[in-house]
Ligand binder design. Structure first.
Ligand code: PLP
Length: 392
């Protein structure tokens, strides 16, 4: 151990987890259990009133006419592709710097994901790169509102209009975010939400939802989510089985009452990090998250960048000191083994690849305390300091 030579020896601080879902759920425990009990007693485990209630609430929150529950955010993306009739021969443009499901949805309907680079400041898809990637085969664009900030929707929607392309928003990390006053999920043809436990509105397992202002599209999404069956045992199209369980919806209806307060806490936490990190000498921290200020950033993640080559060691040092952090995402999708046949070489999306080598997400969940944030920053300072010593 060499810690006696570094500020890390200054004292052991209590561990800070990357995310503690129990802190958010604990105050709601009785209410949630009562809601679950109600579903158990009703015996209606699918298509119950809780699902309809959540659909109405999410539609209102996202400023859309319709919302359709489904089994996960991944299924939401897949159902969007199916309902828009995207298939073999079609190309869909999406970022490579995102969670896998954004692209697997495109692949699974037989279409070709076309990966484009990101804006290095926001880490969101770059509209200029989208424009250059459009071909006669392009059918849709899937912008991802990464880490809680909306993508460059002005330019993306304009490209959609000019080239007659569907815009499918990946809202998995951005429920409640806005762009020039318009909620995430209401700008494109379809919005895809996830209730995976780490998201800003997290369930007790998997869940997802689709938002749209188009009544016909909403019906098609429902059709594809229910085996393409209408009426019963008559199948119009080949759909899948993707439902939001009544129990999940009951839990989410309770949690939904806290969403705006939780979002405010996330914003406060981000602002506190901005102050703490700016005031600190942190050699090697290349950048703090960049909020363009076009609307509400809902901070699913607070992601800093650390000079290439040092990031992984900093993450290990933080872990040793009991501070949770995570790399979203270490391997860009265009370089994943399963997409090798698409033919992307290393270096083909330089900003994406650079970000993958430099990003580190810090704890930002709503119940994180100011003292814990100070601990995170202090241990980050220790880790960077040790690094510099080692490099000298
Ligand atoms: C979480 C996530 C998904 C998938 O959602 P699941 O509910 O886990 O299937 C899709 N896209 C992005 C950007 C995500 O973060």
């Amino acid at each position: 151990m060499t810690t006696h030579r570094t500020p890390a020896a200054a004292g052991k601080s209590p561990p800070v987890p990357l995310l503690d879902v129990n802190r958010g759920n604990a105050p709601l425990r009785d209410e949630i259990l009562a809601a679950i009990t109600k579903v158990v007693d009703s015996g209606r485990f699918l298509f119950g009133p809780d699902v309809q209630e959540l659909e109405a609430k999410v539609a209102r929150h996202c400023g859309t006419e319709h919302a359709v529950g489904c089994a996960s955010g991944s299924d939401a993306l897949l159902l969007a592709m199916m309902a828009l009739d995207i298939g073999p021969g079609d190309e869909v443009i999406c970022p490579s710097f995102t969670f896998f499901a954004t692209a697997s949805a495109i692949w699974r309907v037989g279409a070709k994901p076309v990966f484009v680079d990101i804006d290095p400041q926001t880490l969101n898809i770059d509209a200029d790169c989208i424009e250059r990637a459009i071909t006669p085969a392009t059918k849709a664009i899937i912008p991802v509102h990464l880490f809680g900030q909306c993508a460059d929707m002005d330019n993306i929607l304009e490209l959609g209009r000019l080239h007659n392309l569907h815009i499918v928003e990946d809202v998995a990390q951005a429920i409640g975010a806005t762009h020039r006053g318009r909620p995430a999920g209401s700008m494109g043809a379809i919005g895809c939400l996830s209730f995976y436990p780490t998201k800003n509105l997290g369930g007790f397992g998997d869940g997802g939802m689709l938002t749209t202002n188009d009544a016909q599209l909403a019906e098609r999404l429902r059709l594809f989510a229910a085996h393409g069956m209408s009426p019963r045992y008559y199948h119009k199209v080949v759909g899948i089985n993707s439902r939001l369980d009544s129990i999940q919806a009951a839990v989410l209806n309770v949690k939904m009452t806290q969403l705006e307060m939780w979002t405010e806490r996330r914003i406060e936490n981000a602002q506190r990090y901005n102050r703490l990190l700016r005031n600190d000498e942190l050699p090697g921290v290349l950048s703090l998250p960049h909020d363009l200020g076009y609307g509400l950033h809902v901070w699913n993640q607070y992601t800093i960048r650390i000079a290439g080559g040092r990031r992984d060691q900093v993450k290990s040092k933080l872990a040793e000191a009991g501070v949770g952090s995570e790399i979203y995402y270490p391997v860009p999708l265009h370089l994943q083994e399963c997409f090798r046949s698409l033919g992307y070489a290393p270096g083909s999306l330089p900003e994406t690849e650079k970000a993958a080598a430099e990003v580190l997400s810090l704890p930002i969940f709503p119940e994180l305390t100011a003292a814990e944030q100070e601990t995170v920053v202090a241990r980050l300072r220790d880790a960077m300091y040790t690094q510099r010593k080692a490099a000298a």
